[in-house]
Design a protein around this ligand. Structure first.
Ligand SMILES: [Zn+2]
Length: 70
């Protein structure tokens, strides 16, 4: 806590949108490539790839061993 600089998630109004960075094909850092809600239950995310904006893509959390209950 203590970081109020991130915009509030407009999807749930509770979480914060956290900027995520990635690395390009040449190893060049791509800052703020994606924004993801900090609230796991929300899962709102937006990212840009090749100039196109992608909204609410499924998140590959790497936790395939813990399926989320529905
Ligand atoms: Zn949210």
């Amino acid at each position: 806590m203590g970081n109020d600089n991130w915009p509030v998630c407009q999807a749930c109004g509770v979480g914060s949108l956290l900027p995520l960075s990635d690395f390009g094909g040449q190893g060049a850092p791509i800052h703020y490539k994606a924004w993801v809600c900090s609230k796991p239950e929300c899962g709102f995310n937006i990212k840009i790839r090749n100039g196109d904006v992608y909204l609410n893509e499924p998140i590959a959390s790497g936790a395939a061993h813990s399926p989320r209950p529905r």
